[in-house]
Write a protein that binds this ligand. Sequence first.
Ligand SMILES: [Fe+2]
Length: 502
Amino acid sequence: MNIEAGIEKTETGKITTDQSAHVPTIKGNFEAQENEYEYWVTDIEGKVPGDLTGSFFRNGPGRLKLGGEEFGHWFDGDGMIARTTFTDGKVHFANKFIRTPKYVDETAAGKPLYRGFGGAPKGNFFKRFAPPANPANTGLVLHGGKFLALNEGGRPFSVDPATLDTYGEFTYDDSLTKTNVFSAHGKINPKTGYYYNFGLCFDIGLKGIKPGFELYKIDPKGQMVDRARFTLDHMPLLHDFALTENYAIFIQSSVSMQGNILMTMLKNESFADLMLYDNSLTNKIVIIDIHNMKLVERIEIDPIACLHFGNAYEKNGEIHFDLMQTKESGFGTPDHKMEPLDLFSDDVKFRSGAARYKRCVLNLKTRQFQSEFIDDALEGEFPQWDWTRTTSENRYAVSTGYAGDGQTYFNAIQKIDRKTGKVEVHEFGSYRFNGEPLMVAKPDSDAEDDFYCVCYVYNGNTDKSEVVVIDSKNFSEPLATVKLDFHIPQGFHGMYSQKVFV
Ligand SMILES: [Fe+2]
């Protein structure tokens, strides 16, 4: 027993908790996994290819309830890293919570203590007025010798990629102060080794509070070597950006934090209620030169909602970038609040936030902006590409998808040919729900359509999770299904390292 955290560990990976979900289930995908495991997985259907080498990390809320009390929002679940390592056809799995102050203190207390994105624990009036605690639950990056767990509401946490132990909050040698935040969607240019990330900020002046964001540049050794602040016309949901060889591209979208923050805190409501789609707001593409860190252009566009970007690159003097355009119904409006997200209902209605894959082209000289959906793509989210091609033209992308009518959570991944618009779909089948797929380039192939796709899948028929490996050349069939002895709750974002961490 880990006394500090109160978490029971097993070496064998055998279940020690009460897996009481009634199967088949979808809501089991959002139930806590309090145990931390580390073992060689032997229950594998199919064959893990011998040339698939490395560690597939994913971050996500490992628990959404504590002491019987639900956290206020999905985004408040404590970050837990799941790691699946492939080496010589064998598979090793480990998972561990990130020891944030929130996790450590709340584990010791046996109940939620801190305010989150979704409100403060009931009964503690004064906690309402604190900023949301950082659960470090959204993404991961391995750069400059540091492995960081990320959440856009705070600073990163440094973690050992081998042991998954938490070192503590990471500040880039005090460059990130207590008021700085650092997003979960930084990008590394593989040609230069530079890592770019951003965080929202506020400038307080005579005319009041001016929202904006700060762009950070980190060199290949992990030193923050430059940063710059940019103002925004309103406080958009700025969750991700696109990176080319020369530019960082942000969208000031129609989804914006509106309303009275103080009243929201006073009523102990969720900040999610303030994120509203308002098509009267000005939408702009904001382009920044990443070499001199200066603003290049702000180009007004039609109203749009988007959370995630795909890859981006420059070609023939134009900037190409992909994004997932979220349906307006994925957000509330100034006249209509969105239904609260209830992850513990029997059917976990999540599809309102579905998005469609879109290609965008921007000509900086003419300021012309064009975009088109990939018509045959499924609704979905979490666009991904081969990260070795970040800032270079990529033909293929993948994302999650909803296959079939009436699906309320991702049950498929799709492979998108950006050149022809052809879409191939891998359906996981009845009561199997997946997270973000990652593309892993095959080591001995330069061909673009020759990669593995790896993905965590929750099997609601067994209430256990699986790691599925798919070959791009036979996308509809799994190569291997690695079956874990327990479930890992639905996560957000991950990364793949060619290094083997065990
Ligand atoms: Fe994200």
